[in-house]
Ligand binder design. Sequence first.
Ligand code: HEM
Length: 162
Amino acid sequence: MKLSPVPLVVLALPLLCPRLSMAQTQAAPPAAPAPAAPQQDEEKKTELGKRMDRVGKAFRKLRKQVADPAQNESSLQLIATMQAAAKEALQFNPAKADDLPADQRPKFDEDFRAGVNQLLDKLSALKDTVAAGKNDEAAKMVADIIDFEKKEHKEFRRPEKD
Ligand code: HEM
C-alpha cells in the first residue's frame, strides 16, 4: 500500500521539529490556584475576631522585644496598635453569646466588656512602664497579660470544634 505524503509529514513532525509538536500536543496549563487561605480566613472571621487578630499580631511582636530598651519606640507603637484594636472590640459581642440562653446574654456581654476594659488598663500601665524605660518590669507585665488573655479566652471564646 502506498502512503500519501501528507500523513508522512505529520508523522515525521516530532523528529523534524520537537518543540513545535510538543507545544501543539501539550495539555493546557493548570488552572489558576485557589485563593490563598488567609483571605478565606479573613472572610470567616467575626468583626470581633478581626480586632482580636490585630491585638494578637501586635502582641506577638511585642512579646519578643519588650525587654529590649533599644526597641522601646517600636514597642510603644505596638502597644498603641493593641489599644486601638481593643477599643474597637468594645463595640462587639462575642460569638459565644449566641450559644447562651437569651436571659444570660446581657450579663455575659457586660462581663466581656469589663474584661476588655481590664486589658485596656493593663496596656495603659504597660505603655507608661515602657516609656519610663523600665524594661524588666514591662516584661513581667507582658507575662501577666499572657495569663490574663488565656483566662479571658477560656471564658469568652467559643470552644474550638474538632
Ligand atoms: C493581649 C490579649 C489578647 C490577645 C493577644 C488576644 C488575641 C486573640 C486572637 C488572636 C483571637 C482569634 C481571632 C480570630 O482569628 O478569630 C481572639 C479571639 C477572641 N478573643 Fe482575644 N485576645 C486578647 C484578649 C482578650 C480579652 C481580654 C478578651 C475578653 C475580655 C478576649 C476575647 C476574645 C473573644 C471573645 C474571641 C473570639 C471572637 C468572637 O467571639 O467573635 N480576648 N483573641
